[in-house]
Design a protein around this ligand. Structure first.
Ligand code: CP
Length: 301
C-alpha cells in the first residue's frame, strides 16, 4: 500500500477487501465503534477547504477512537486570509508536528502536496469531482453487510453524475469486482460525461434502469457545482428521477437504497423511502467511522 490514500485506484482488490474486513473488527457490537488507544503519539490535521459533516466528523471521531491527537484547521481564521498559499499553509502546519493531513478540496492538490512533502501522509477526504476514496470504502462496507458480496450485483447509480466524485470513485473501485451489472441513469443535462461513452451503460429512463436492481444509489444534485447555464426544473426532475417507494418496487424485493449524503430530501429520494427499511443511508454514515478507523490505522502504521 502507498503511504498516502489519494485515489481508490491506488488500492488493489486485496487492499480494499482487507480494509473492509479490518473496519468490521472495529464495531463494538452495540451500534458503535471500539475505542483503542493505539496511536497516542500521532497527530492528525483535518483541513477542509469545502464544507463537510459526515467525512470531517467521522475522520475526527475515528482518529479520537484510535487515541490520536486531532486538529481541525480553521481556514477562515488562518493566515490564508492574509494571502498565504495552500502549499505554504500545509507546510507550515506540518512543521508543528502533524503526522497526517486529511484534506478536502475543490481543486486537485493532493498529489502535488504529497510530492512536495514526502515526510507527511495525506488522505483524500473528497477532491474536486474525481475522487472520494473513503466514501467508496464506506459504500462497499455497507453493500458487503447487506448483500454479503461485492460481486454479481445489479447496481444502479442515479442522479447528478457529472459532478459526483462519489460516483467516479465508486465506478473505479467496483471495477475490481466481477460479474456486476452497472447501470447509470439521471437527467441527461447532469450525466453528459456518461452518455454515449463506451465505458458506461447509461439508460435515460429511471424505471427501465431500476428493473431487478440489487443496489440503487441516488446521488445529490450538486447545486454549488452546476453552471448557471444548466437549468434543472425541480418538479420535472422529481417526476422523472426521484427514487420513491413505488419506483423501488421495480428493483428486486431485497434491493437497498443508498445515498452518500447529504440528501436533498424529497428531491433525489422521497422522505418515506429514506426512512423505510430498504434504506441503508444512515448505515452508510455510521460505517464511515469504522472505515476511517481502518484507513487511519493502516496508513499510520
Ligand atoms: N458524503 C459526504 O462526503 O458527505 P459530507 O460532505 O457531509 O462529508
Amino acid at each position: 500500500m502507498n503511504k498516502n490514500l489519494i485515489n481508490i485506484s491506488e488500492l488493489s482488490k486485496n487492499d480494499i477487501d482487507e480494509l473492509i474486513a479490518f473496519a468490521e473488527q472495529f464495531f463494538d457490537g452495540d451500534g458503535g465503534c471500539k475505542r483503542e488507544n493505539i496511536f497516542p503519539d500521532k497527530t492528525i490535521a483535518n483541513v477542509f477547504f469545502e464544507p463537510s459533516t459526515r467525512t470531517k466528523l467521522s475522520f475526527e471521531i475515528a482518529a479520537k477512537n484510535l487515541g490520536c491527537q486531532t486538529i481541525n484547521f480553521d481556514i477562515k481564521n488562518s493566515s490564508m486570509k492574509k494571502g498565504e498559499s495552500v502549499f505554504e499553509t500545509i507546510d507550515t502546519v506540518s512543521l508543528m508536528g502533524v503526522d497526517m493531513f486529511i484534506i478536502r478540496s475543490s481543486e486537485p492538490i493532493l498529489a502535488e502536496l504529497a510530492n512536495m512533502m514526502p515526510g507527511v501522509k495525506f488522505i483524500n477526504a473528497g477532491e474536486g469531482t474525481e475522487s472520494h476514496p473513503t466514501q467508496t470504502l464506506t459504500d462497499f462496507l455497507t453493500i458487503k453487510q447487506t448483500k454479503g458480496t461485492l460481486n454479481n450485483l445489479k447496481i444502479v447509480l442515479v442522479g447528478d453524475l457529472d459532478h459526483s466524485r462519489v460516483a467516479r470513485s465508486f465506478l473505479k473501485g467496483i471495477s475490481n469486482y466481477e460479474e456486476n451489472e452497472i447501470v447509470l441513469t439521471g437527467h441527461p443535462d447532469l450525466c453528459s460525461n456518461f452518455i454515449n461513452n463506451d465505458k458506461y451503460h447509461y439508460v435515460e429512463n429511471l424505471d427501465d434502469a431500476l428493473k431487478d436492481a440489487d443496489i440503487v444509489m441516488a446521488l445529490r444534485i450538486q447545486h454549488e457545482r452546476i453552471q448557471s447555464s444548466t437549468e434543472i426544473d425541480i418538479d420535472e426532475y422529481k417526476a422523472l428521477y426521484q427514487v420513491n417507494s413505488e419506483r423501488m418496487e421495480l428493483a428486486k424485493g431485497d434491493a437497498i437504497l443508498m445515498h452518500p449524503g447529504p440528501v436533498n430530501m424529497d428531491i433525489e429520494v422521497s422522505e418515506s423511502l429514506y426512512h423505510s427499511d430498504k434504506s441503508v443511508i444512515r448505515d452508510q454514515v455510521s460505517n464511515g467511522v469504522a472505515i476511517r478507523m481502518a484507513v487511519l490505522s493502516r496508513f499510520l502504521s
